[in-house]
Design a protein. Structure first.
Lengths: 330, 118
């Protein structure tokens, strides 16, 4: 127990120090790198807090995609921020002190950290998700069971948010530049370096196969549609970074991205409608396989994870391409 | 009190650091980085409420008796992916604001100029 507390305090200390350094730093490249470090430490803390699925997602999203996006935007603009004036600092400090005081005061009512008799643990839903799910859904990873079955409607909502965010980015930044519109061979390609080129070619198949493994193994171990989608997208991002945007857009044309973005969401919604037509309620997978609810649940969860993976990967790749093509066409 | 609540307090500090950056910094990119720091604090706070001492990841196995709660993990898992999607929308808006500020040299700090005029 003391070892746990020691590691926990150390990691939380690193986390806090990184956050403070980000707040002080005026060089935005460095701040972005520290933000990636912050995500990595966060992912480690998630593992320590038993949230392996979340750690997986944070490592792929925070360290991978969001860092690439921030760097892509930094390439479009200047990378130093102006000195924050005293006049701007004071209101911020005041708000922070007041909010901090309120939070610490309120935290006295919180249950002790790690207590087994906290309201979270004593709620009847704990038993339902952890133990009854073994009979009702029959998959060991309860996070996947809750995500894709018990709270499938909730997850559908999240997927619609991701879908909408993709649309919003495209409508704000304008359509993707066509491959021939970007300046051909504008500056240099990382692919001119043989080591980078060969290593990328070696890594890509493994990244894509790993994404598929994460997708289909999500019922038994950490993983699932969200993680797989993001890992798949990092494959596209890596290809785009190394071989140039033109080639990446020839390999993954934008009509294919559009197709996948819509296909994932339609598969999810269509599954819900199908369960209703079969006489169940919306996204009740039991009816997919009459007499064998467990088989139905397996099938439903697999289809939902595939739908999530398809839409998330296409949206992430689309977002990356639209930021990167803006840099190339300037 | 310290032994049982230190995790929450340190996470509050992380959250508030992010909040401070969001409020006081004029640079839009820095604001968005601050927002993700704030977000990380909230995520960890949420997950820490589901942790049980001596518990294990909620993947059921016959050898394990205690599990941490899966529900906060599910909520945060989706929130992380939604978080990066909203970050992308914020960045896209920042790029547009920088372009529409019509001063190529001024970068992302359109708000700086406003503050100077006041």
């Amino acid at each position: 127990m003391t070892t746990f507390a020691l590691i926990n305090v150390t990691l939380l200390g690193i986390l806090l120090a990184t956050a403070l350094a980000i707040a002080r730093m005026r060089a935005l490249y460095e701040a972005t790198m520290l933000a990636a470090l912050l995500s990595l430490v966060t992912a480690t803390l998630f593992v320590l807090l038993d949230a392996v699925d979340v750690a997986f997602t944070e490592a792929a999203v925070g360290v991978g995609i969001s860092t690439v996006l921030l760097l892509g935007v930094l390439a479009l603009t200047r990378s130093w921020e102006a000195v924050t004036s005293q006049r701007r600092r004071l209101p911020g400090l005041l708000v922070v002190v007041l909010a901090g005081g309120a939070l610490v005061y309120a935290s006295q009512d919180l249950p002790a950290f790690g207590a087994a008799d906290s309201p979270v643990q004593l709620h009847p839903v704990t038993d339902a998700y952890l133990y009854e799910s073994q009979d009702e859904v029959g998959i060991p990873n309860t996070v996947t069971a809750v995500l894709a079955s018990y709270r499938a409607l909730d997850t559908l909502g999240e997927l619609v948010v991701v879908f909408t965010a993709g649309l919003a980015v495209l409508s704000v930044l304008g359509p993707l530049a066509r491959p021939e519109q970007t300046r051909p061979g504008a500056d240099f390609h990382l692919a001119d370096y043989r080591v980078i080129r060969v290593i990328t070619r070696l890594l890509l198949p493994f990244i894509l196969v790993f994404a598929l493994y994460v997708l289909f193994h999500g019922e038994y171990g950490p993983g699932g549609g969200f993680q797989a989608g993001v890992i798949f997208a990092t494959g596209a991002v890596l290809y785009g970074l190394v071989f140039g945007l033109d080639r990446a857009q020839q390999v993954i044309p934008s009509w294919a991205l559009w197709l996948f973005i819509c296909l994932g969401l339609l598969l999810y919604l269509g599954l819900g409608v199908a369960t209703m037509l079969l006489g169940g309620s919306f996204l009740d997978y039991d009816v997919l396989s009459p007499g064998h609810p467990e088989t139905g649940q397996h099938l439903g969860i697999l289809l939902v994870e595939m739908a999530i993976g398809t839409t998330v990967s296409a949206v992430m790749a689309m977002i990356f391409f639209s930021f990167a093509s803006r840099g190339a066409s300037r | 009190m310290i032994a049982s609540h230190y995790v929450y307090w340190m996470l509050f500090a992380v959250m508030l650091t992010g909040l401070y950056v969001v409020i006081s910094h004029a640079n839009l990119l820095k604001k968005l980085i601050g927002l993700s720091v704030f977000q990380v604090g909230v995520f960890l706070f949420f997950i820490s409420l589901g942790k049980v001492t001596g518990g294990s990841a909620p993947i059921i196995s016959p050898d394990i008796q205690t599990y941490s709660h899966p529900l906060p993990q599910v909520l945060i898992l989706t929130a992380i992916v939604v978080g990066v999607a909203t970050l992308a929308v914020g960045l896209a808006l920042a790029v547009r604001i920088a372009r529409d500020a019509a001063q190529p040299a001024s970068g992302l700090t359109a708000a700086d100029d406003d503050a100077g005029e006041r």
